[in-house]
Design a protein around this ligand. Structure first.
Ligand SMILES: Cc1ncc(COP(=O)(O)O)c(C=O)c1O
Length: 381
C-alpha cells in the first residue's frame, strides 16, 4: 500500500522517487540527514513558518537562519537572502507559503552561485506552479505534508520527492536502518480520528473541533499533530517514524481526486477574490505572471486578529490563525530556536494581522459568502 502511494505521488510530479513518512517534519528530518546536514551547518528558511518545521534542523544539530518575508506572497524575500549566506550555509528551504510559489529563479541562482543545496517546502503548496513548472521539482528535493490542515489529509503524513539518485539511495538506506514503525495504539487512534473527521468536521464545526482536539492532545488522549514536548528542540526517541498503511490507503483515495481538489481550491480562491473586491477589500492576489498558485488557505489581513478569531469561533465561522508569529504557534520559546524579536519585522506583522479562510473540499460557495460577510462586517469592540 505504501509503495503504491509513493509511486502514485512520484508520478504526479514526474519525479523519480517518493518516500512516505509519519509526518511532514519527519520527511524534512530524513532529507536533512540524507544531505549530511549536522553540527556547524546553517539552514536558511523564512521567518514565517511552523516551529515543527524548525525542529528537524535543530534535531540534526544545525542552526536555523531566518529570512524575512515579502508582504504580498508571505514567502522569503529574495532581496534579503544573499546577506544571510555564510560559509556555513548548507541548505536553503524554499517554503511556498499558503501555496504562493517562491521566486525560484532567483533562489536557484543565488544557491548555485554559492554551491548551496535548495530543498522545497511544499507542505502548503500542492499543485502550485512557477513559470509553468510544478513546485517541488526545482530543488534537489521537495517535501509535503498531509496533516489535517494541509492540501489533502491523511490525518498525519509526509512525503519527500526527488529525482536525485544519490540522495534517494541515502534516504532509502536511512529509512531501512533507522526508521521505526508507529505503534499499534497510534495507528488505531489515527484511524478512529480519520473516521470522526470524515463524519463530523465541517466548516461550521471546525473551530469547536480544533479546541477539543488541542485539549485532548495535551491530555494524551488522541494522536495529535504536535505533542507538548515538540515545542522544545529536543528529539523524541521515536521521532523518525514510518508511514502506516492506514495513512497510505487514505492518501491513495485522496490522491485519486487530486485534480478535483486543485480545481476546487482555484475556484474558491477566485470566489474570495471577487467577493472581497466587491466589498472594496484588497483581495489576496498574486499579481506575478510567473505564478499559478494553488492555495491551501486564503490569507487576509485584519485588524484585531485575536478578537476576530474569537468572534468567528462563536459564530461558527472557520477562520485559521496561522501563522501566529514567526515560528507558529505563539507559545514557541523563540530564543530556543535562534530567533530574536525584530529579526523578521514583516513576518511579525503578518503574524499579528493575517487570518486565513477555508478552501478545502468541504468549503463551498455558501461558506465563502458567509466568511466574507463576517470578515468585511467585523468591527472590533
Ligand atoms: C510550512 C510547513 N512546513 C512543514 C510543516 C510540518 O508538517 P507536519 O505537520 O506534517 O509535520 C508544517 C506544519 O504545519 C508547515 O506549516
Amino acid at each position: 500500500m505504501i509503495e503504491k502511494y509513493q509511486h502514485q505521488f512520484a508520478r504526479f510530479f514526474g519525479a523519480e522517487r517518493a518516500f512516505a513518512f509519519w509526518k511532514g517534519r519527519v520527511a524534512l528530518y530524513a532529507l536533512l540527514r540524507a544531505l549530511d546536514v549536522g553540527p556547524g551547518d546553517e539552514v536558511i528558511l523564512p521567518g514565517y513558518t511552523c516551529v515543527m518545521n524548525v525542529n528537524p534542523i535543530k534535531y540534526v544539530g544545525a542552526r536555523p537562519v531566518y529570512v524575512d518575508i515579502e508582504p504580498d506572497t508571505f514567502n522569503m524575500n529574495v532581496n534579503l537572502l544573499e546577506e544571510k549566506i555564510t560559509s556555513k550555509t548548507k541548505v536553503i528551504i524554499a517554503q511556498h507559503t499558503y501555496g504562493y510559489p517562491c521566486e525560484m529563479d532567483a533562489i536557484m541562482k543565488i544557491a548555485q552561485n554559492s554551491g548551496i543545496c535548495v530543498i522545497e517546502d511544499c507542505c502548503l503548496a500542492l499543485g502550485s506552479k512557477y513559470k509553468g513548472r510544478i513546485v517541488g521539482t526545482f530543488g534537489r528535493a521537495g517535501y509535503f505534508s498531509s496533516q489535517w490542515n494541509k492540501p489533502y489529509t491523511t490525518g498525519l503524513g509526509g512525503m519527500v520527492i526527488t529525482s536525485d539518485r544519490e540522495l534517494a539511495e541515502r534516504i532509502e538506506s536511512l529509512a531501512e536502518n533507522e526508521m521505526c514503525p508507529p505503534s499499534g495504539r497510534e495507528v488505531f487512534m489515527l484511524r478512529m480520528q480519520l473516521i470522526i473527521y470524515r463524519l463530523f468536521i465541517y466548516p461550521r464545526t471546525t473551530a469547536l473541533a480544533q479546541s477539543l482536539f488541542r485539549y485532548l492532545t495535551l491530555k494524551g488522549a488522541v494522536v495529535g499533530s504536535s505533542s507538548t514536548s515538540e515545542y522544545e528542540p529536543e528529539k523524541a526517541a521515536d521521532f523518525f517514524k514510518a508511514m502506516s498503511t492506514v495513512q497510505a490507503r487514505s492518501g491513495i483515495r485522496q490522491f485519486d481526486k487530486i485534480d478535483e481538489n486543485i480545481t476546487h481550491r482555484r475556484k474558491m480562491a477566485q470566489l474570495y477574490d471577487e467577493l472581497l473586491a466587491a466589498k472594496d477589500w484588497k483581495p489576496s492576489k498574486d499579481s506575478r505572471d510567473s505564478a499559478e498558485p494553488v492555495l491551501v488557505r486564503y490569507p487576509v489581513r485584519i485588524a484585531e486578529k485575536n478578537e476576530a478569531l474569537a468572534q468567528a469561533a462563536k459564530a461558527g465561522i472557520e477562520l485559521g490563525s496561522w501563522f501566529e508569529c514567526p515560528l507558529h504557534p505563539i507559545e514557541t520559546p523563540l530564543s530556543s530556536y535562534d530567533y530574536e524579536p525584530g529579526m523578521c519585522p514583516e513576518a511579525e506583522k503578518a503574524g499579528r494581522q493575517v487570518v486565513n479562510l477555508p478552501l478545502h473540499p468541504r468549503a463551498n460557495e455558501r461558506t465563502a459568502v458567509k466568511t466574507v460577510k463576517f470578515i468585511t462586517g467585523f468591527t472590533p469592540s
